[in-house]
Design a protein around this ligand. Sequence first.
Ligand code: SF4
Ligand SMILES: [Zn+2]
Length: 324
Amino acid sequence: MKGKKMKGSGDRLDPRRPVSVWRSQDLVDGRPAQALTMILRTRGCRWNRCTMCGYASEGAPTSADDLIAQFERGMERCSPEVSVVKIYTSGSFLDPEEMPAKARGQILRRLQAAGIEKLIIETRPEYVNSSAVEECLSRLQTEFAMGLETANDLIREQLIRKGFLFQDFVRASEKIHRLGGGVKAYLLLKPPLLTEGQALRDAIASARAVRPYADMISLNLCNVQRNTPVERLWERGEFRPPWLWSALEVLKAAPPPVICDPVGAGTRRGPHNCGLCDASLAEAIRKHDLTQDIGIFNDLNCQCKKAWQKLLELEEESFGCPLC
Ligand code: SF4
Ligand SMILES: [Zn+2]
């Protein structure tokens, strides 16, 4: 669902330790802010069917007390400069089966007591109901991030297997806005079985379509995660993660604010170009997150840019066969 999911600190199987915790500087409400991010190990996403998602392997049976213990470990990395806390669960924070009401309530109370200004959580739209949203908002400003992936229902249903419609996202977003919360939409570049050009155009069209319903757009560059349908396609040479050149095009054309964390950039399983320019493009993408200045991309060049342009042209003629 989200881009920034990397394993880091934490014992893989200990239900009382978070999967990962890290600090970063992020763009929040138009200004850079110190953020603390934690990935809590829950039982995992109840949907668990999206073709690119391998988060099921992170799940484990966890009780409300386990989740509170994980959260407290994560909070050990907090300090007075932190104004934003992001809590990811490899699923939906608002799903009561995944995040029991007791744990959710305790986490919210604790964040309020710690003086945190803003919470960012993720949820599928079907768990967005007034009482859950109000519970969060009664404690602190909250942004509800939803993995829409694309505004195109056909691509979302058939290629991503997401299991909800654009209208479901719109309804959830309107409810959150009515209650005073913020909405972040995750978009995916590039879903399986699309050419590079189709994926690029879909991401730009999606960003434009989603703008009225999302305060922030987060562009996720598709990674090849383990034990997923996308991995099987990739192993057969039928999927290539997006080029970083494509990501730049989307960031240039999408109506701001739009952020992007190029997780895994430069690796075979992550978004990549030729190997020579990947680091500089990834750095420019990260800088753009904080400034929203697309001028940052002007000076980037590499010999592989021509190959990427040629590929965009040729793939239109290749009858759905990716030219890696
Ligand atoms: S909804 Fe999100 S967490 Fe669940 S399977 Fe899909 S991408 Fe993964
Ligand atoms: Zn290059």
